[in-house]
Design a protein around this ligand. Sequence first.
Ligand SMILES: Cc1cc2nc3c(=O)[nH]c(=O)nc-3n(C[C@H](O)[C@H](O)[C@H](O)COP(=O)(O)OP(=O)(O)OC[C@H]3O[C@@H](n4cnc5c(N)ncnc54)[C@H](O)[C@@H]3O)c2cc1C
Length: 381
Amino acid sequence: MPRIRVAIVGCGFAGLAAARRLAAAPGVEVTVFNPRPELYNYPVLPRHLVDPVPRALLAVPLAPLLPGVRLRSERVEAVDAPARRVETASGTTAWDFLILAVGVRARTLPRGERTPLVFPKSERHLARLRGELEQLAAERRSGLVCIVGGGLTGIEFAAAVRARLDDAARRHRRRPDAFRVLLLERGARLAPDCSPALAARLAAALAAAGVGVRTGCAVHGIEGRRIETEAGALEADITLCCAGAEPDLRLGLAGLDAGADGIACTAGLVAQGSDAVLVAGDIARPRSPAPAPPRRAAHARRQGAHAAANVLRLAAGRAPRPYRPRALPTAVYLGPRRGLVALGPLCLGGSAAARTKHWLERDHFRHAVPSIAGGEGWMPW
Ligand SMILES: Cc1cc2nc3c(=O)[nH]c(=O)nc-3n(C[C@H](O)[C@H](O)[C@H](O)COP(=O)(O)OP(=O)(O)OC[C@H]3O[C@@H](n4cnc5c(N)ncnc54)[C@H](O)[C@@H]3O)c2cc1C
């Protein structure tokens, strides 16, 4: 029987789950493309800014996780759905089915050519941010750090910056309250994707931690230290950009429906425009009456496995099954020993929530990387 060739573009939580599911199926030849040879645990990054987490929980090599899979550490430049091939710098690869799991990238802000902005999506940026916060506390008696974007990522980083700055200020014998941390959100309230009740709890928690919040404050542009907002200008020493995420449309996608919110697909994660392409994770935007699930690691992982199962169904001439998102808890890091966990109308705060959030971060990685389950030295208390 001829083998089915499946190409997977992107190997984050979604691509990895898809690859592992397909590698276990007989008669399937799986090729995975990912520029970096590692899986990255984004949910731990805010905590990592404050207390560096063990390397094994931050990034793990992909190759040992994918036995029987051809792993290519390359960026795919273009996808040609009608011709069923992908292009990389080293050539063309043909496939029978394709799973697109390329995630999304941080949205940027209009800024001057030499204006430094920190995008807290990599270890390199976090290392730079740690150095800049340290320098601010060492060399100045006061300062302002602005975080642009009051979604969950901006909220977590605002709390993390506050904790890091407090620590640096104390070590350099400065008054922590002389260094302000300000979160700017263009919407009328924080966390527009969450319920108003959770947003109010998050706002109260930030206020208690010493983070200032300005809502209804759209940032138009940044030039040097100057941030231009609807309500006037601010001079910030450091600016972090947490202004949402968008698809990387540098990837050519012939024959597919890609827009500013992602790649359109059916409820069964089949791309609109091609029955042989499936979409999973942050990049997938199912066009169904129900709202698309939020961009979270657990959805990405489940969608990856679901897309793989639907590839096997399509290859066997069966109809794909719709992906039904489960209600998942929203867990937010709010600094050492602080957090909030919400599920529906239930909301848990304090150190119990901090422990749950901590456990969930490990759980995302435990599903993807079973060998680290129960890794010693991870829970610090
Ligand atoms: C700072 C931060 C904190 C977060 N915190 C949480 C949290 O607490 N809880 C939670 O549930 N979620 C959290 N998230 C969201 C979560 O990380 C994402 O939902 C999840 O990573 C999505 O998985 P994915 O596989 O769709 O995409 P990604 O994890 O982004 O993986 C996509 C992969 O595709 C690769 N790729 C991209 N383009 C190409 C190409 N052209 N060719 C080949 N490969 C390509 C990328 O290099 C990457 O490896 C956070 C995200 C960030 C950035």
